[in-house]
Each structure stands twice: as structure tokens, then as C-alpha cells.
Design a protein. Structure first.
Length: 224
């Protein structure tokens, strides 16, 4: 089979390697949040989204239980995505400041967004074997992003996961410390940028705000 984004996405959606994650997804389908009780949840693995010719890759750890797992698109339909897309829009990386459902007209400019783990894990804590299974998909996404220059890791866990991925596939052994806004070198001329996760906890505690996040995204755009 020729490797292209459509074929890769079909493989991701049909993956059933991790029994623990499959069982957890089924549990979510049975226990919908009250405000979404009448909605049909996606309930399957989540693919990447955006401009395959983009130079920027945003990476989260995994889809949210009642965000991506509900809507079928990464960083869509929850509080984290609400904050993230306000900032992406202000930085002119997205065409709108909301990400609510798969048919909302959202487009990314020169950027692609994905999750290292394609299924939501219990307590947001994947097992190592689950990450290793998903790294196969993550590797193919990176391969298809021919113009990739920058990986923005949304949160420390995503940052550490990216390093683990490069250690596995590129024999990369440098140890980098997660710091918001700090830029590190990866193999093949790619830069890794640490970025606080756009979670309600980080926003409500003041760790991150729209100005700080937007300024980082504008800075990233200037990297060649």
C-alpha cells in the first residue's frame, strides 16, 4: 500500500492493538457527559489534522475523553481547544478562533496537529507499550510532513514523548528539559519547542495566557 495521508488515517482509525484503550473508549461511550448525552460520540482512534505541507507540527499527548474522542478530531470540542485556537487564530495559524466539530470549516495555515497517542488513555496516562504501538503512526506522520521544521510539544508529557520517539527511531540521546518557549535541535534539521499545555488548569492558574501563548506562536512562525 502506498503511504499517503488517507491510507495512514484509515490504518489509524481501524487500529485495535491496545485492548486497555479499546475498553476505556467503550466506557466513555456509555458514560457521556450530561451536556453531550444526545450526541453520537466518535469513539475511535484520532488522526492528525491540518496542512500536510506545513512546516509546524503541534503535538499533544492524546485526545480528550469528551473532546477529540467525542468529536473525531484532535483538539476539538473541549476547553483546551477553545483556548488553543484563540491563540492560533491570533497568530494567523488557523482561519478561525474555534474548533468545535469536524465540519466547522477550520483550516490550519502551514501547520499540522496530532497526538502522539491516538486513543484516550485512562487518567491521561498511557502505558509504554501503548505509546510504542502508536509511534509507528507518529513516525509515518512525520515522514509525510516533508517540509517539517518545527515540532511544538503541547505540555511536558508530549515533550518527553517526542524525545522518546526520536530516541527510538533516530538514535537520539540528548536530554532536554521541558521549558516553555525554549527551542532545541532534533535530527534532520527539526526544532523542538516546549509549550505549556492549553489546559484549563494552566490557564486558570495564570501559568499561561493568550498573550504569552500567541507571542510564542508568532515567534515560531519566524523560524526557518
Amino acid at each position: 500500500m502506498t503511504l499517503n495521508l488517507n491510507n495512514l488515517n484509515k490504518s489509524i482509525i481501524n487500529c485495535n492493538k491496545c485492548s486497555r484503550l479499546i475498553e476505556f473508549r467503550k466506557k466513555i461511550l456509555k458514560n457521556k457527559r450530561k451536556q453531550f448525552k444526545d450526541e453520537k460520540y466518535w469513539g475511535r482512534p484520532i488522526t492528525g489534522f491540518g496542512d500536510i505541507n506545513g512546516k509546524i507540527l503541534f503535538v499533544g499527548l492524546a485526545p480528550a475523553a469528551h473532546g477529540g474522542t467525542r468529536t473525531g478530531r484532535v483538539f476539538t470540542g473541549d476547553k483546551s481547544s477553545e483556548f488553543l485556537y484563540k491563540c492560533l487564530f491570533k497568530a494567523n495559524i488557523s482561519n478561525q478562533n474555534t474548533s468545535e466539530h469536524v465540519n466547522d470549516g477550520l483550516k490550519l495555515n502551514n501547520a499540522f496537529i496530532t497526538a502522539a497517542l491516538k486513543c484516550v488513555p485512562p487518567q491521561d496516562k498511557p502505558e509504554k507499550k501503548e505509546l510504542m504501538n502508536c509511534f509507528n503512526f507518529f513516525q509515518k506522520e512525520i515522514y509525510l510532513l516533508k517540509k517539517l521544521k518545527i515540532i511544538v510539544a503541547l505540555g511536558k508529557v508530549a515533550f518527553d514523548t517526542c524525545l522518546e520517539f526520536y530516541k527510538k527511531y533516530y538514535k537520539f540521546d540528548k536530554k532536554y528539559k521541558f521549558t516553555h518557549g525554549k527551542i532545541y535541535n532534533l535530527p534532520k534539521g527539526v526544532r523542538l519547542v516546549g509549550c505549556y499545555h492549553p489546559s484549563p488548569r494552566n490557564v486558570n492558574t495564570g501559568r499561561i495566557n493568550e498573550t504569552k501563548m500567541t507571542n510564542l506562536f508568532k515567534k515560531i512562525k519566524q523560524i526557518n
